[in-house]
Ligand binder design. Structure first.
Ligand code: PLP
Length: 385
């Protein structure tokens, strides 16, 4: 089974480009909202770093989600897309002064703070504006995630967060500062996680930490468990919507919220990955000594995940129905890692055929670069073409 694409319209566009099926995005958002409606106090913030396309942001905002930003630029993009500042959280190990000031000027919901020096700078900058910044501490829960090593973030060896043993002293220190108010705890263990046991391990850790806070008579208003829910890269047509029910039910069953506490999630990939495809044109078929190469006009400058994480993306020839043949699908960049797939079956492919590299809506267009003086790919939604 292949995806459905407006191939005639694609023929008039310069390749490569991203194509976003907004119906898939809307269905995904409906599925999220249907699940969180079953639980009291659940809030989802879309992780803007997955894709900051203005039209996608607008649709996500209309569905009522908040945002999770990791830079000043993402705060600006979110404000431009109309997200209320009361739904913006701002994370990141290295926030610059101008970025903190931007968050303060917008009165964002919360700064997710990753170190004491950062806390002190936020306090100082807030004091200069006569404001009080709401902060949550990002704790490193030392919980492993069964995902690619480059995308685990919650292990003690990773650069993210504050060590658990420092939690109480750090909060007590923050309580001495006049221009910050501690409102939450924040966690994020990694990305492309499909084993609910990993999220369960996080819940157990959060429960232990909350018990410890209670012993010190510390109560926070909210818990933010980050994102990381994975998608099915193998079957974008059969499984276009991630298993949000299993995900939210895991938290509902395992995480013990205190009365009145809200629970916040920061989902990126699970929201936008399946609605996007990178559309590329076949330039040449080269018969190698042992295999056939399909050389296409997209490269890792357009989609870096295969080169960076050995990530798998399903590829479909959307202009051929001929019997399948195995190809290495490779780009034009002068680097050996510029390979989208090895020995993947495509309907027999000729020069000019259009290929869809699927599940590319997250960490695709947003990570594009201009290496080799290439143009950045454009992004079109199913509503513009
Ligand atoms: C990247 C990131 C997310 C989103 O991760 P996904 O795997 O795309 O859901 C959420 N929170 C933080 C702090 C992040 O850095």
């Amino acid at each position: 089974m292949k995806g459905k694409f407006p191939v005639e319209k694609f023929q008039t566009l310069r390749t490569p480009f991203y194509y976003y099926d907004t119906e898939v995005l809307r269905q995904t958002l409906r599925a999220i909202n249907a699940e969180i409606a079953k639980h009291e106090g659940y809030n989802v913030h879309y992780a803007v770093k997955a894709n900051a396309n203005a039209q996608l942001l607008r649709i996500i905002r209309e569905a009522g989600l908040g945002v999770d930003c990791v830079s000043g630029g993402e705060i600006e993009a979110s404000v431009r897309a109309g997200f209320p500042s009361s739904k913006i959280v701002f994370a990141g190990v290295g926030k610059s002064d101008w970025e903190i000031n931007l968050g303060l000027d917008n009165d964002i919901f919360c700064f997710n703070v990753e170190s004491i020096p950062e806390l002190e700078v936020i306090n100082e900058l807030a004091a200069a504006k006569g404001k009080t910044a709401r902060v949550a501490f990002r704790l490193n829960p030392n919980v492993g995630a069964h995902t690619h090593a480059n995308i685990t973030t919650g292990l003690a060896e990773n650069k993210f967060g504050i060590a658990m043993r420092d939690m109480v002293p750090v909060i007590e220190h923050a309580q001495q500062l006049k221009n910050v108010q501690v409102v939450g705890l924040h966690f994020h263990i990694g990305s492309q996680i499909l084993d609910m046991g990993d999220f369960e391990a996080l819940c157990n850790r959060v429960n232990e930490l909350q018990d410890e806070l209670e012993r010190h008579r510390i109560r926070v208003e909210h818990i933010n468990v980050g994102g990381g829910l994975g998608i099915d890269y193998e079957h974008p047509n059969r499984v276009p919507i991630p298993d949000f029910k299993a995900y939210f039910d895991t938290y509902a069953k395992k995480l013990r919220l205190r009365p009145g506490q809200t629970l916040h999630f920061e989902l990126g990939r699970a929201v936008v990955a399946q609605c996007g495809s990178l559309i590329t044109r076949t330039l040449y078929i080269k018969e190698g000594a042992t295999k056939k190469f399909a050389i296409v006009d997209a490269g890792f400058t357009d989609l870096i995940r295969p080169a960076l994480y050995q990530a798998y993306h399903k590829i479909e020839n959307i202009t051929s129905e001929e019997p399948t043949v195995a190809y290495d699908v490779v780009g034009p960049i002068c680097e050996s890692t510029d390979v989208f797939a090895k020995q993947t079956d495509l309907n027999a492919t000729r020069r000019g055929d259009l290929l869809a590299i699927r599940s590319a809506g997250a960490y695709g267009e947003i990570m594009a670069s201009q290496y080799n003086c290439r143009q950045l790919p454009k992004g079109y939604t199913s509503e513009d073409i």
